[in-house]
Design a protein. Structure first.
Lengths: 949, 429
């Protein structure tokens, strides 16, 4: 492939441009197209070509069904001429029960991380996942069921395993909720803000913790089962062990806002209130925070949740997350392709979390189907890369500085916020103190005011009484004026007058009392008024500070978002620069290696020139040696002939004597017998002489031919004798030159190998090249059983059983419903029969239970298990139906080679590989099974089998 | 990648095999990554300088009062006397007369307060240097040390646990450091599993199939190589090397005299095996001595148990010193906790994490040091209180490691030790 991609500069500064294209195009283009366009435009290097059919078949089978195909399936696919056979295969696999099984396994491992079975049977949990994926339950719904489960619903009980088999331990749940559902491992932020990651805060950890810290295991004694219960109180307060700062958190999802919760009166919070005397009663709150989590996380509104699922499904097929590791989403580990991840996230939501539809898009991309091989066409790329390096480095430097600035801005805001919080704390304390003082003064003021009011009331009452008496007196006086003689009237007037006089005095006294009380009350009321004024000012200061904190928090959030973006840009620039440098390095090393190669070639060519001359010398020496050997051999056979002739002569003489004796002693049977014996022996020996003579003749001929050869050699040698000394010198010199040249060539290739590996890793990170990923323990185990023939045996048994139970209806021999049922039955049967074999692979090849399961381990004890352990040895033994057995029974070695490679490596052997198999089988014709077993084991143990490529 | 150099020439094939650190076919010579085993002088030099660690776990909870911190003549001191040691001023229990003579190679921490009286949690804390917290799992010291001191040339397992019984296999004590650093268990001192050819597989057939495996790998890896494919092919070479070195686990190769010096009981044999393995270059060995959980008859049991422990332990320390290995080998005798000063009604002592001791020595540890003090009755730490976290940092520092450093695990950065504490500086030479 030629390097005709846009220049680095465009790829780099084109981040925004890409973003725009991705979005403007999204309305019309399917996701698969957008993925390919984004990634193909973003690459600073030549893309790997699409993988061949064999690699694609093996990869897509492993990724969608968890196992390699059978030899028959491989043969059928490779021989299929349909141009859309890959798309057809993807459809077929997505519809298969094996795909359902694989998704169930993937999510089991992802969510439970091979934890030991505790409250829920592992098989039931897996069956729940299998049933969920069988109906293509939307992924967010599945998670909602898991996060909302409490174990009471018998039908959905297994969904509660996520909580129950973690013993509902709040901190364990918080860690795993963060990792698995939001892609953030907040564990290190439990006791303090994360020491190494700027975006993981202790408050985030505790906000997530607050969803589950009220939850505990409830043992239902009667039904003998574990359920979840939840309290109605218990908030999360925390203090940093580093800074001693304290805080409190309510329920808030990562990247979300604090969630509002219904408030109930004390005592009214329960649907089923706890009863102290009834431990068998499971209390149920009206408001469940786990429910809150299940709803808000999965309703499509939480970006972190959606992005995490999109990223994890991407990693399932591409073997690397766009954020990688998948649970390390933060600004120091930004997505390699932010716009792409955004597009994937949006699409997953738009697809309503349809796992299959999403995976179909991914599997159909060119990106997914790229070869694992680093493209050979690197020279042009290296050349253009060299020119770009200064620009790229400058750009990286600039963006790094920008990122540092934005980080400092966050730090500054953080410091200011901290100071503002401290200020608010101080003002808050001051306000509390002031308010307490104001309250005290108010009490005094209120008391004095009350006293004054009482006095005023007395005064008013007296005044009222006086007024009434005065009025009465006036009216009485009027009457007296008309009836001057009325005595009783006069008496009354006198009394009234008297009373009025009294009252006037009393009013005056009350008036002075009021004046006195007023004077007394003035001091506390004035003090109170002043203090209250002061308190209001403090309150205003506090309000102002709190507002500042609020603004500060908004500014900080914005600054953190800016830091995320700017760090993304920095990382992309850095990758581009690093990649360009590696390319250039590769180019340089290629040139150096090519020079070394041509030096070696030149020496070898020169050697080829000298060698014919030297060969004449060698031929002469060889012929001379051959001559002396032939002469010695001739002498040897002549000696043997002479010995034989001597024997014949001696036995002949004995025979003559015996013959004479027999003639003389005609009746002596013993002599006659002896004579016959000697005669027989004589005849034998005479015959042997013929053989010996023949041998001599042969040797003579041989000697003749050797002497002819010597003659020729001498002639040839004579012709080059003059050149010989020079040629010999030249040979020695060339050989001396060749050794270091070869060493250098090897060293150059080593370096080139290393930088090629580095490029592979970098481009793998950019999805420009297919992933070379190890099989998971489950994929490894199932693929081994598939290749070795165990699955075939069970599949045949399953099909026979199904056909017996549900015979073919002759009217509808190809009834699709029956065939689908047959496939389903066979998958379940085979799985159930063989799943027990997986345990040992998981234990040996997987990570520790309860930890990340995506790491790769290669240890000697695995290799020892594979080489010497009974399990694998049993599988490669020539037992009925095994691959070894099948190979041993094939008469044609070439057919055996093809079957072997298709069954184990999902491809046909190369000519050299087929020849190797044939050679080995031919070398030990009586041990075909043993040879087959060695071949099967060797391919199963090879890196080609161990990796997905 | 079909590079122009993948020409299939013999030279290139040899190069690739060398590069992959595999064996040159047919010759049996070791090349590449495992080469130094074939060079005695280099191997010897490496072996001398290589840092190693031995942990002796006194299972059940060794009484500090009957061992490293005796309080004779007090209400809590028990019946045993304290005896002088090879370091003037240091006295230890009379139950350890041989160990007393090795005190100048060793050091004591007498001021441990681990605030924990539970077997499981105590063991976890002492072996991981962290308090057990829900949702968190930390690797044990053996895994940490074996990972931190990993040399890619090593062929024997770096982390070995010798248990009195059990079948062997691999444990799950390496947490996020992964199976490569998990302990390989030698059940009752037997060699690791699958290290001999199974019945029915002849040496010739094994060689045949392995040659085929290498051929297949060479072909495939010329398409693309990664660190993971290298690790995979290397694991088979490691397995072969382990089979060749199976003798390392064969205690009968040690002399009759040494068997006699160490004793024929399990603990003595395990000490001798530990010496043998450390000598062969194993980075970390852990053995245990059981059982010190003396809720009843504390004094009788300690008399018996330490009587068995004392001589082989002292012999081991002396041997490590004589062989020049002690300066690079950290030896730690620990428990999950100590035992109560108070003697209960069954003449027993109970679980006690508030004031107890460990003994350690070798590598970067100051010889003859005593850190910390408890009060007269041994009921409280009165000076230089320390806990499991401080010890963990100290072990790492004594092995020349930066205990504040971190591991990079495929993009995840993980601290080696609890960042809230640090090493006991006075213990470090």
């Amino acid at each position: 492939m030629r390097f005709d991609r846009p220049t680095f500069c465009r790829a780099l500064s084109g981040a925004l441009w890409l973003f725009i294209t991705a979005f403007t195009a999204s309305a019309v283009e399917p996701l698969r197209e957008r993925i390919d366009k984004t990634l193909e435009t973003a690459q600073p290097a030549p893309l790997a070509p699409l993988a061949g059919d064999a690699d694609f078949l093996r990869r897509v089978l492993l990724d969608l069904t968890g196992s390699i195909p059978t030899a028959a399936e491989a043969r059928a696919f490779l021989d299929d001429a349909a141009p859309d056979k890959r798309a057809q295969l993807i459809e077929r696999l997505l519809a298969s029960p094996a795909h359902t099984r694989h998704l169930a396994t993937v999510f089991d491992v992802m969510l439970m991380e091979r934890r030991a079975e505790k409250h829920i049977k592992t098989d039931e949990w897996r069956a729940f996942l299998f049933a969920s994926f069988a109906t293509n339950k939307p992924l967010n719904q599945l998670v909602r069921e898991i996060l909302g489960a409490d174990g009471t619903d018998e039908k959905q009980r297994a969904a509660a395993r996520f909580y129950l088999d973690r013993e509902a331990e709040p901190h364990l749940l918080t860690r795993d909720l963060g990792r698995m559902f939001f892609g953030m491992d907040l564990q290190c932020a439990q006791c303090h803000d994360h020491p190494r990651i700027d975006d993981y805060f202790q408050r985030d950890y505790h906000a997530l913790l607050s969803f589950v810290n009220r939850t505990a295991i409830f043992t239902d004694e009667k039904a003998k089962r574990s359920l979840l219960s939840e309290k109605v109180d218990g908030d999360t307060a925390f203090a940093s062990v580093f800074t001693k700062e304290t805080g409190a958190a309510g329920p808030r999802l990562p990247g979300g806002v604090p969630l509002t919760e219904p408030i109930f009166a004390k005592g009214a919070e329960w649907l089923v209130a706890p009863v102290a005397t009834n431990k068998a009663l499971r209390p149920i709150p009206k408001h469940s925070r786990r429910e809150l989590l299940a709803q808000h996380a999965t309703d499509g509104s939480n970006r972190a949740f959606n992005r995490n699922l999109a990223n994890r499904l991407w990693a399932l097929l591409m073997h690397r997350g766009i954020i990688h590791p998948v649970d390390e989403a933060h600004s120091d580990n930004p997505p390699s392709h932010p716009a792409l991840l955004d597009a994937l996230t949006d699409e997953l939501v738009a697809l309503k979390f349809d796992t299959r539809a999403f995976l179909r898009e991914l599997a159909s991309t060119r990106t997914y189907q790229r070869s694992v091989e680093v493209s050979a066409a690197l020279a042009d790329a290296a050349k253009s890369a060299a020119q770009k390096i200064p620009t790229l480095e400058a750009e990286h430097k600039r963006l790094a500085a920008v990122a540092v600035q934005s980080h400092e801005a966050v730090e500054k805001l953080e410091t200011e916020l901290r100071a503002a919080r401290k200020t608010a704390e101080i003002i808050g304390a001051e306000l509390t103190k002031t308010n307490a003082a104001v309250a005290e003064l108010k009490k005094l003021s209120d008391a004095a005011t009350a006293v004054l009011a009482a006095s005023q009331q007395v005064h008013a009452a007296k005044q009222e009484a006086l007024k009434l008496v005065a009025d009465a007196l006036a009216k009485t006086s009027e009457a007296i004026a008309k009836l001057p003689e009325d005595k009783p009237l006069a008496e009354a007037a006198g009394k009234l007058k008297n009373r009025a006089g009294q009252l006037t005095n009393e009013v005056n006294t009350a008036g002075s009392d009021v004046a006195a009380k007023q004077a007394v009350a003035k001091i506390p009321t004035d003090k109170y008024a002043a203090a209250d004024f002061g308190a209001k000012a403090v309150q205003a200061r506090l309000d102002e500070t709190l507002a500042k904190i609020k603004t500060g928090e908004q500014q900080r959030a914005a600054a953190i978002a800016r830091r995320v973006t700017e760090r993304q840009a920095e990382h992309q620039a850095k990758r581009a620069a690093t990649s360009a440098k590696a390319l250039v390095e590769h180019g340089e090393l290629t040139t150096i290696a090519a020079a070394s190669q041509s030096l070696v070639d030149r020496i070898q060519k020169d050697l080829a020139g000298v060698r014919p001359i030297i060969a004449k010398q060698i031929e002469l020496t060889d012929s001379e040696q051959a001559q002396s050997i032939a002469i010695a051999a001739l002498a040897e056979v002549r000696k043997q002939l002479a010995a034989k002739e001597e024997s014949v002569r001696l036995v002949g003489e004995a025979l003559a004597k015996a013959e004479l004796a027999r003639q003389k002693l005609t009746n002596d049977t013993e002599v006659a017998a002896a004579t016959t014996q000697i005669k027989t022996r004589h005849t034998q020996l005479s015959a042997e002489i013929a053989g010996a003579q023949q041998a001599v003749a042969t040797r003579v001929t041989e000697l003749k031919s050797v002497e002819d050869r010597l003659g020729g050699a001498k002639q040839a040698h004579a012709a080059i004798a003059a050149q010989l000394p020079a040629a010999q010198q030249r040979l020695a010199a060339l050989e001396a030159e060749l050794r270091p040249a070869l060493d250098k060539l090897n060293a150059d290739y080593s370096k080139l190998d290393e930088v090629t590996t580095k490029l592979g890793t970098q481009w793998g990170g950019g999805f420009a090249i297919g992933a070379l990923a190890p099989l998971t323990p489950e994929q490894f185990g199932w693929s081994l059983m598939q290749a070795a023939g165990l699955v075939d045996v069970q599949r045949a048994a399953a099909e026979a059983e199904f056909d017996k139970k549900t015979p073919v209806d002759p009217k509808t021999p190809a009834d699709p419903a029956r065939l689908a049922a047959r496939v389903k039955f066979t998958e379940q049967f085979t799985h159930d029969k063989l799943k027990g074999n997986l345990g040992q692979f998981v234990n040996l090849f997987g990570g520790a239970a309860g930890g990340p399961q995506d790491d790769f381990y290669a240890t000697p004890d695995q290799a020892l298990f594979f080489a010497n352990g009974g399990v694998v040895r049993g599988w490669v033994a020539p037992t009925a139906g095994s691959l070894t057995d099948r190979l041993a029974k094939l008469a044609d070695a070439k057919a055996a080679a093809e079957e072997l490679y298709l069954a184990v490596l999902t491809r046909r052997p190369s000519e050299a590989e087929a020849a190797e198999v044939q050679r080995r089988l031919a070398a030990r014709p009586t041990e075909k099974a043993a040879v087959a077993q060695e071949l099967v084991w060797a391919l199963l143990a090879s890196a080609e089998f161990r990796f997905n490529h | 990648m079909n590079c122009n150099y993948a020409c299939g020439s013999a030279e290139h094939n040899i190069h690739r095999r060398q590069f992959l650190g595999t064996l040159a076919a047919g010759t049996g010579a070791v090349v590449g990554g495992l080469g130094w085993f074939a060079q005695p002088a280099f191997a010897e030099q490496m072996a001398r300088q290589q840092k190693r660690m031995l942990v002796i776990n006194m299972h059940g909870g060794l009484s500090q009062l009957e061992s490293w911190d005796p309080k004779p003549g007090t209400a809590t001191g028990g019946p045993f006397r304290a005896i002088p040691t090879s370091v003037p001023g240091i006295h230890i229990s009379e139950l350890l007369p041989h160990t007393a003579k090795q005190m100048h190679h060793l050091a004591l921490v007498r001021s441990l307060n681990t605030k924990n009286d539970d077997h499981g949690k105590g063991t976890y804390m002492m072996l991981t240097g962290r308090r057990q917290m829900p949702g968190q799992d930390y690797p044990q010291i053996g895994a940490v040390v074996s990972r931190a001191l990993d040399t890619s040339t090593r062929s024997l397992p770096g982390h070995i646990l010798i248990t009195p019984g059990g079948g062997g296999g691999r444990s799950a004590d390496s947490a996020y450091l992964g199976p490569k650093y998990a302990s390989i268990v030698l059940g009752n001192g037997n060699p690791p599993q699958n290290t001999s050819l199974p019945g029915g597989l002849t040496v010739a057939a094994a060689a045949q199939q392995d040659e085929l495996r290498r051929l297949a790998n060479n072909r495939f890896l010329s398409r693309r190589r990664t660190a993971q494919t290298d690790a995979y092919t290397q694991s088979y070479e490691g397995a072969q090397e382990l089979m060749r070195q199976r003798e390392a686990f064969d205690l009968t190769k040690e002399s009759a005299k040494d068997h006699e010096r160490y004793g024929t009981h399990d603990f003595g044999r395990h000490c001798l095996m530990a010496r043998r393995l450390l000598e062969k270059g194993v980075t970390f060995v852990q053995i245990s001595h059981s059982n010190y959980d003396t809720h009843n008859e504390n004094f009788n049991f300690h008399f018996e148990q330490l009587g068995e422990f004392d001589r082989p332990f002292a012999t081991l320390v002396q041997d490590l010193y004589d062989r020049g290995m002690l300066e690079n080998t950290l030896v730690v005798v620990l428990s999950e906790f100590g035992r109560t000063p108070n003697v209960n009604q069954y003449y027993g002592r109970d679980h006690w994490g508030r004031a107890w001791s460990v003994c350690l020595g070798g590598a970067g540890i100051v010889r003859g040091a005593v850190i910390g003090k408890t009060n007269d009755k041994g009921t409280e730490v009165t000076e230089r209180e320390a806990d499991a976290g401080h010890l963990f940092h100290t072990y790492l520092k004594a092995l020349g490691l930066n205990s504040k450093g971190h591991f990079d695990l495929g993009g995840r950065q993980v601290l080696m030790a609890d960042p809230a504490v640090g090493p006991i500086k006075e213990l470090l030479a």
